[in-house]
Design a protein. Structure first.
Length: 77
């Protein structure tokens, strides 16, 4: 299954909120991140970066849902 990044968050808290919003709309989500950033709580040099990925076929729907929340929709990538 091909995945597409629809959001890039700085830290897991925001990524988990985005994941919850998308999953509540029936869109499966995978969070992709460097484990060392999570273990040590680092958020510099990309270590705290979390990519929110969805199946390619649902990416446009996910992006549309994220645009409904302007406070979180600006990280779409």
């Amino acid at each position: 299954m091909e995945l597409r990044t629809v959001y890039t968050a700085q830290g897991h808290l925001v990524a988990e909120v985005i994941k919850g919003k998308l999953e509540s709309a029936g869109i499966p989500v995978l969070l992709d991140y460097e484990s060392i950033g999570r273990i040590y709580g680092l958020t510099v040099n990309g270590l705290g970066e979390v990519q929110v990925k969805v199946p390619e076929g649902l990416a446009e729907e996910a992006l549309a849902l994220l645009k409904e929340w302007p406070d979180e929709g600006d990280g779409a990538g």
